[in-house]
Design a protein around this ligand. Structure first.
Ligand code: FAD
Length: 310
């Protein structure tokens, strides 16, 4: 069995594996796709101490760093089920989709999250070419330009307020007849001169010139009228979905499906830890995921030295 089995090969999982391997304990890492969301990212300009890098490059560096140590990397393997140990100090079991079963004294869950997409024509084609999902990451790339934010919940309205301070103009598009964000955020939004709010609107298409975004279309859900907006960026803020479908019943999740963790990364099950975008820790960012992964790795080691194997 492993001492530590990390599930997920993004920034959080890679950091966790490096920290535990450096303690000399037997570490394995299972990843559906090593690199995680970083693989889908182009410019990264907030990876502190590295002013500019690119997703695929950072992902390659993550893997290279993990391979410096004796870590058993099981890439392109999807975990399908977690069976927590029945007794303290017992072995946890992770069952893979291919039927194989891995046992470990501790498990670190770092399966990340995925942005919910609009699924309209142009969205995929112009991803990283004007279609963005993370205002903290990509907001500054649109300095002085016109953008839309899709979604009037808390994250959409927060994004609109954030972007309004950077870009020339923000069009906020909400499907419902009213915004769903907290009143305090809506009040703040209403004070901003360069934000237009459109409600009861269904985004139907992202337009581009083959290279980059040039606009979007939406349908007014009351009148069925079609409208076009000229702009350079579209921030989709209709939900970040944690990859925890496979964990239901195994560890405590919030109503939104995030793994509940405490300040040490401990989940509701002794010996099982969580880190990164898949958890309740706020602000889904690479440096934060790495910090949380490192923390979970140290917590797993701490658990190992304090727990007598059953
Ligand atoms: P992830 O990166 O999501 O990794 C999850 C890992 O778990 C992957 O290896 C995945 O394959 C694996 N996995 C999932 N389910 C299973 C399963 N059942 N079994 C086995 N493996 C599984 N952040 C920044 O700080 N700066 C940026 O500029 C930036 N830009 C971004 C641009 C885009 C387009 C996107 C999508 C995100 C961006 N982010 C950025 C956010 C950042 O990528 C995430 O915060 C970070 O990758 C989270 O790391 P993680 O390890 O928690 O999860």
């Amino acid at each position: 069995p492993f001492d530590v089995l990390v599930v997920g090969g993004g920034p959080a999982g890679a950091a966790a594996a490096i920290y535990t391997a450096r303690k000399g304990i037997r570490t394995g890492i299972v990843a559906e796709r090593f690199g995680g969301q970083v693989l889908d990212t182009m410019a990264i300009e907030n990876f502190i101490s590295v002013p500019h890098t690119e997703g695929p490059k950072l992902a390659a560096h993550l893997e290279q760093h993990v391979r410096e140590y004796e870590v058993d990397i099981m890439n392109l393997q999807k975990a399908a089920k977690l069976i927590p140990a029945e007794v303290p100090g017992g072995l946890h079991e992770v069952v893979l989709e291919n039927g194989a079963s891995l046992k470990s004294r501790t498990v670190i869950l770092a399966t990340g999250a995925r942005w919910r997409q609009m699924n309209v024509p142009g969205e995929d084609q112009y991803k990283n070419k004007g279609v963005a999902y993370c205002p903290h990451c990509d907001g500054p790339l649109f300095k002085g330009k016109r953008v839309a934010v899709i979604g009037g919940g808390n994250s959409g309205v927060e994004a609109a307020i954030d972007l309004a301070g950077i870009v020339a103009h923000v069009t906020l598009i909400e499907f419902d007849s009213e915004l769903r964000a907290d009143a305090v955020l809506q009040r703040k939004l209403a004070t901003l001169p360069n934000v237009r709010i459109v409600t009861s609107a269904l985004t139907t298409q992202v337009h581009g010139d083959g290279e980059k975004v040039t606009g979007l279309s939406y349908k007014d859900r009351n009148s069925d009228a079609h409208h076009d907006v000229d702009l350079e960026g579209v921030f989709v803020q209709i939900g970040l979905v944690p990859n925890t479908e496979w964990l239901r019943g195994a560890v405590a999740l919030t109503a939104r499906g995030e793994i509940e963790v405490d300040h040490r990364g401990e989940t509701s099950q002794p010996g099982i830890f969580g880190a990164g975008d898949v958890t309740t820790v706020p602000y889904k960012q690479i440096v934060i995921a790495m910090g949380e992964g490192s923390k979970a790795g140290l917590s797993a080691f701490d658990y190992m030295i304090r727990t007598v194997p059953a």
